[in-house]
Design a protein around this ligand. Structure first.
Ligand code: ADP
Ligand code: MG
Length: 457
């Protein structure tokens, strides 16, 4: 592999662009402001952060995401470390640093207060006890309960899908932890589809003996959890391998659990035979949490963290953050920070002040306004968006509109279709996927969408 030195600030800039697209505005400015790469040594990237709190948070919550993105840009990156740095303008003074464990190529570093078990990759912090059940996720929860009662029998495979930050990893690992604790003889294993792919490709690149070892290893599990299966899309060889593994486990009544950000039918480039296997079990989704559930989650987490907060303040928080549970946790962390500074019960005013700058007020969006702004942005006639026209200069803005209505305003696919000139919901889904895919590689598109987002605030 050629040894190319990647400029630190350029590299970090690229990473931040991707992260900004992946996390909420509140989280992005809370956790990534003032960060930069201070150095790279032996494949270890050292990221400077303004304080220990940010360090812990990045380590706990964004570590794998950052590492993954870094590796996309620079193959030499092996590990990632955070350094608390006091930034006095010019001179950057390193206050605290850790010896990096560069021998460990595993991306799953131990979490702050819990250790991931190396044998099964499970994080013990994910349990049913701290999993709040509300109308939005009760179906997924009920199915998970059925799985733990009779692993391998009732719902096999169990497939759970939904947007990021809604509890897929938590729920699937809770299943794993439960079975592990109640059936000590059963071998449970958790992994991301990415890890599976990397390990498989590594084995292939060595020799057939390694490939056989790989196959044997996975076939011995009683419960196999494969998280974020959408990453398999297009990876033919490892999909093939997964298919064989799946059959072998399935025939032996071993429980298989998958998660994905979308329904298997909408994962592009996923083999038909895999899709139909998934369909033979139980497929459930976790949608965005409703108001009651958001309130319950906030209540549970403030209790867990011993943060006194008035009921009105809690309600205000729950109604302001309508996104994922990960976003709820993000804002809750600023609340905890605030409480630690002031050490008094937080009332409505404190909370209002606190989130004034970090969350955009949720408005009931007028779709017409969004169409108008975006049509203007691309300098096309507003009316053409509603038309049947398939001219290139209209198709893309229309797709962007659909994408943003879905992503940022959580409007359902069918109603987006209906409001934009009576289109079928599958067209809307396709458009959203198209833009999502485009965002991965097309920087111009990413910039356009970032600009449009600021106009929609
Ligand atoms: P996903 O895998 O869908 O992206 P995660 O499982 O990582 O989402 O969840 C994001 C965060 O929200 C995690 O910290 C998780 O513990 C928390 N979380 C998710 N669902 C719940 C829930 N129902 N109750 C409590 N916390 C939850
Ligand atoms: Mg997850």
């Amino acid at each position: 592999m050629p040894h190319t030195l990647v400029d630190n600030s350029k590299l970090w800039e690229n990473v931040l662009v991707e992260i900004e697209l992946a996390v909420s505005k509140a989280n992005f400015s809370t956790w990534f402001k003032g960060t930069y790469i201070s150095k790279q040594e032996d494949g270890v990237v050292f990221v400077s952060v303004p304080n220990a709190f940010v360090k812990d948070w990045l380590n706990n919550k964004y570590h794998n995401t950052i590492l993954k993105i870094l590796r996309n840009f620079s193959e030499q990156v092996r590990a990632l470390e955070y350094i608390v740095t006091k930034d006095d303008g010019k001179k950057r003074e390193v206050l605290d640093s850790h010896k990096p464990s560069i021998t460990q190529s595993n991306t799953e570093l131990p979490l702050h207060d819990f250790y991931i078990n190396k044998d099964d990759n499970l994080n013990p912090k994910y349990t049913f006890d701290n999993f709040v059940v509300g109308p939005f996720n009760e179906l997924a929860h009920a199915a998970a309960q059925a799985v733990i009662r009779k692993p391998g029998v009732t719902y096999n495979p169990f497939f759970v899908y939904g947007n990021t930050g809604l509890g897929k990893t938590h729920l699937t690992q809770a299943i794993g932890n439960h079975i592990k604790n109640t059936h000590p003889g059963k071998k449970v294993y958790y992994m991301t589809s990415e890890k599976f792919t990397i390990e498989y490709m590594n084995a292939v690149s060595i020799n057939s003996q390694k490939v056989n070892q790989f196959k044997e290893r996975y076939r011995k599990y009683d419960v196999l959890i494969v998280d974020d299966i959408q990453f398999f899309a297009g990876k033919d060889k490892s999909q093939e391998e997964l298919f064989h593994l799946f059959n072998s486990l399935y025939e032996n009544n071993k429980q298989i659990i998958f998660s994905s950000d979308k329904h298997p039918n909408f994962i592009p480039n996923l083999e038909e035979r895999l899709k139909s296997r998934f369909g033979a079990g139980m497929i459930v989704d976790i949608p965005n949490p409703d108001m009651e559930s958001r309130l319950a989650i906030l209540r549970s987490k403030t209790l867990q963290n011993n943060v006194p907060i008035s009921p009105e303040a809690l309600e205000y928080l729950a109604s302001s953050v309508e996104g994922s549970i990960r976003e709820l946790e993000g804002i809750l962390n600023s609340v905890i920070c605030q409480f630690q500074l002031k050490n008094v019960e937080l009332g409505l005013n404190e909370i209002k002040n606190l989130i004034k700058n970090s969350i955009k007020p949720k408005k009931s969006v007028a779709i017409k306004d969004v169409v108008k702004i975006i049509a203007n942005f691309y300098q096309i006639e507003e009316e053409s968006i509603y038309d049947k026209t398939r001219k290139k200069e209209v198709v893309k803005p229309r797709q962007v509109i659909m994408f943003l209505l879905r992503e940022d305003f959580s409007i359902s696919y069918p109603s987006i279709g209906e409001k934009l000139g009576g289109r079928d919901h599958t067209t809307v889904i396709h458009s959203c996927e198209k833009i999502k895919e485009g965002l991965k590689t097309n920087n111009i598109l990413a910039q356009e969408i970032a600009e449009i987002r600021t106009m929609l605030l």
